[in-house]
Design a protein around this ligand. Structure first.
Ligand code: ATP
Ligand code: MG
Length: 574
């Protein structure tokens, strides 16, 4: 893996909200920063109050909180005051429906303003908000509504049809509210004032199902206190400033959309751009140009697709408003970081977290030099340990389990109705017996304290006695000019235990024949390592991905081996 440092401009460092992560890490304590949030008496806090109400009663009152564009190009904007009022009206409506503290209110909507208002409303009531990506079909919907014992579902007429076949199997589901039906027509008659619930910091606030990359999605529950970490990470990692226009391309059906499109973002007073349209390179550049987006948070899959466009596309747009770019969800291939620096004059900053961690844990900060391919350094206060399966700490540059000391405010509170699974996330360190949260990912830390992602525990390949992470092979493949994306797996092999097999998507117009396979294979062998190159390559049109954009290597593997492919509720059509 390349250890070369990418140069940055001194102004991006000088103006960053956090100017030295190492120094901050030495003395960090949340105690000092919790004061930047609003607490009620007796240590109570409500995340929605901090995201919206606080702003609606301040100088930010008339500031745009939400710029919205529908997929038909309809444009709307809502100030913090308006978001406050709409969410208050919905909170009243839900209360009249009998929703009480702790009840699960699920939202199944495309990206429309009501999704955001309803999420905030549920939190204001002290209910538990759950979001589901609008592409889910009946089975995925049923699994989540059933597993969570949801009481209320907020959706629209079109999407509610997917519920028809399963509704009778959901005895807990008391109300299905339609934004284009009675609910939409009536909530606006409710009062615009609502007294936000004085929730305890560890009261349940929202729950999210994981992406299902490795298996059946888990229902992760977070408390109101999660906003402390979300607020601070949005400030120091995303570098959000008061006057920023910010665009997060994630859907609120996933943790990034909740933590960094709603809670952490608004707690910092930034204006957020939401568009219902699907990914389209030219349209994305148009959005950045039109809204003068300053901070852009996206995912590797999208950036790889942008990099696959012709070199002239981005230069047709004025992207000069951009100041900071960040990426999450999957490893960010070094080649893509170099490309973004060339194309936009700015590198994408990779960062790492999980639904379970509720907020960013490891990051590249504007003020920190980037080592392309590394996830950066732990957030101040986060204590990372790389350990072996027995819990022994490993020295720098050794691959092991990525674990954290469970001491940050947005660590999941529980997995809904799965206590044993929850317990399995923790282990004891050896010999100190210190409790560790285990991510399920493998990584190593270099001598400068940068953390390098190797792969998910289950995805790491053992070939001829060596451990090889799929990410480094995929990155070496993506560096080939003809390769857009690649998914790499270990394929059982009598001689070597496993061999590396790569599924490769080629640039449009490139002919995938045997000669091309050999050329790509040799390219990786030369640039990466003699043993870590794909002995088999298969050209494919598309890779199987979750709807949140992650490569599902377990599906590639199951197909390769003729095994059942398991839970596919989050699989994108492919
Ligand atoms: P499931 O737990 O259901 O299998 P999932 O792990 O994909 O799904 P998420 O919580 O959305 O669900 O994703 C977290 C995982 O995504 C991490 O554990 C890690 O494997 C991967 N990930 C996130 N960010 C990064 C990153 N910057 N680099 C590498 N991997 C990342
Ligand atoms: Mg996971």
């Amino acid at each position: 893996m390349s250890q070369k440092i990418l140069e940055k401009s001194s102004s991006s460092i000088a103006h960053a909200n956090l100017n030295n992560v190492d120094d901050m890490g030495k003395h960090f304590s949340y105690d000092r920063y919790v004061q930047e949030l609003v607490w009620f008496d007796h240590g109570k806090i409500n995340a929605a109050y901090n995201a919206v109400t606080k702003n609606a009663y301040s100088a930010r009152r008339n500031k745009v909180a939400l710029y919205y564009e529908s997929d038909e190009g309809l444009k709307e904007k809502y100030t913090f005051q308006e978001v406050e009022e709409r969410s208050n009206q919905i909170a009243h409506y839900l209360k009249k429906m009998g929703v009480e503290k702790g009840d699960r209110v699920f939202i199944f909507l495309p990206r429309v303003p009501e999704l955001y208002f309803s999420f905030i409303a549920a939190l204001k009531l002290g209910a538990v908000a759950g979001t589901m990506f609008s592409a889910f079909g009946p089975q995925a919907l049923f699994d989540r509504l059933d597993q969570s014992d949801a009481h209320v579902l907020i959706t629209n007429k079109e999407l509610s049809q997917r519920l028809d076949s399963v509704r009778r199997k959901l005895p807990h589901l008391q109300h299905v509210l339609l934004t284009d039906g009675n609910f939409g027509a009536h909530y606006q008659n409710e009062s615009k004032d609502f007294t936000c619930a004085r929730t305890n910091e560890d009261d349940d606030a929202f729950m999210l199902y994981t992406s299902g990359t490795t298996g059946k999605p888990k229902g992760v529950v977070h408390g109101h206190r999660a906003i402390v970490h979300q607020y601070l990470t949005a400030k120091w990692v995303l570098d959000l400033k008061e006057d920023d226009v910010y665009w997060c391309t994630a859907d609120p059906g996933w943790v990034t959309g909740i933590a960094y499109e709603i809670l952490g973002t608004w707690a910092n007073g930034a204006s957020t751009v939401v568009t219902a349209a699907r990914f389209d390179p030219a349209d994305w550049y148009r959005i950045i140009q039109e809204y003068k987006v300053n901070v852009w948070y996206s995912a590797p899959t999208a950036v790889r697709m942008l990099a696959a466009q012709s070199d002239t596309l981005h230069s047709k747009y004025n992207l000069s408003s951009l100041r900071h770019l960040a990426s999450v969800g999957e490893p960010l291939n070094p080649e893509i970081i170099h490309w973004s620096k060339r194309a936009y004059g700015l590198p994408f900053h990779d960062n790492y977290f999980q639904t379970e961690t509720g907020g960013i844990m490891i990051a590249n900060y504007p003020s920190l030099p980037i080592k392309p391919g590394s996830m950066g350094k732990p957030f101040p206060g986060i204590k990372v340990h790389i350990v072996d399966p027995e819990g022994n700490a490993l020295p720098p540059n050794s691959i092991g389990r990525l674990t954290f000391e469970p001491n940050w405010p947005s660590l999941m509170k529980k997995l809904w109705r799965r206590p044993h699974k929850y317990d399995s996330y923790f282990m004891k360190m050896c010999p100190s017996r210190k409790k560790l949260y285990v991510t399920g990912d493998l990584a190593y830390i270099d001598e400068d304290g940068y953390v390098w992602f190797v792969g998910r525990d289950d995805d790491v390949i053992k070939t001829a006695g060596e451990r090889v992470g799929p990410f480094e092979v995929e990155s070496a493949l993506v560096a080939h000019p003809d390769v857009v994306e690649a998914g790499v797996i270990g394929k059982p092999d009598e001689l070597r235990g496993q061999i590396i097999k790569a599924f490769v998507v080629l640039q449009e117009g490139v002919w995938g024949n045997e000669k091309k396979k050999e050329e790509i294979s040799q390219f990786v062998k030369k640039n990466l390592a003699g043993h870590a190159y794909p002995r088999e390559i298969e050209f494919v049109d598309k890779l199987p991905k979750t709807r949140s954009g992650k490569i599902m290597r377990r599906i590639l593997k199951a197909q390769e081996m003729g095994l059942p492919i398991g839970d596919t509720s989050t699989l994108e059509e492919y």
